[in-house]
Design a binder for this molecule. Sequence first.
Ligand code: SAM
Length: 280
Amino acid sequence: MAESTRTLDWDGATGDHWVAYEEKYNAAMFRYSERLFAGAGVRPGDRVLDIGCGCGQTTRVAAALAADGSAHGVDLSAAMLAQARARAAEEAIGNVSFEQADAQVHDFAAGVYDLAISRNGVMFFADPVAAFANVRRALRPGGRLAFVCWRAPEESEYSLVPRAALGRYVTVPPSPGGVNEPGPNSLADPDRVRDVLGGAGFADVHLEPEDEPMNLGAGLDEALDFVLQRPHMREPMAELDAATAAKATDDLRAALTPHVTPAGVLLRSPAWLVTAHAPA
Ligand SMILES: C[S@@+](CC[C@H](N)C(=O)[O-])C[C@H]1O[C@@H](n2cnc3c(N)ncnc32)[C@H](O)[C@@H]1O
């Protein structure tokens, strides 16, 4: 599909893919969660809002840390939220809730939350200043914001290595959006992050570079499956005949081999940890 027409259908195929690969994504982003929660500093009585919570792993962690408070996750994807609710029920977490809502425009109760967090769920807003202003209004005066988001794709082995290997055989569509457009890389530019959050009424905006890797799996077979089943890889690969697909897969295996470590198949994937405050 051409770049100009490709969108992330969160309440549809993209969300369904994230449900199917929930555990893989959680394992892949594990180190980003650690960095997010180190930056967020959840306190026992906090009421936490998790923006773009997906299948809710970070919401459940926030709920556990805010044992005397609560955590509320919002997301666009009904399928991911169903999974989030099921996981919370399995784990008998009483202080967590989920809601299908567009965080850009949702009518949050004003001044309710002590902290808003997100693990890679805030880069997809069509109007980021308005969206973050909406989140800021949901925070109490002095409330905190902490999120992780991707830095530039040109710095990311996670983006570049599979593209280079498979790009000899298929046209892999670039990530939706550019650096200043809605999409995974929309908050890559630190000046833009400061402008957006400042324009949305946040103060004390701080960006910390995080160079944790994405973990694509325990071994090469898992990593290959993870890469090849991502929709923007799966769709063009499905067009190939069997022999060419096998060659492309061999090339991908060779490209991932140098990244195999005892801790998993690790690809550098630079991110920002962003923190800010609503004015007191
Ligand atoms: C890259 S996924 C991350 C999901 C989850 N935070 C995690 O770490 O597993 C991005 C998520 O943001 C959600 N999202 C995108 N735009 C949103 C919006 N305007 N309001 C609420 N959620 C949104 C998507 O539905 C998706 O679940």
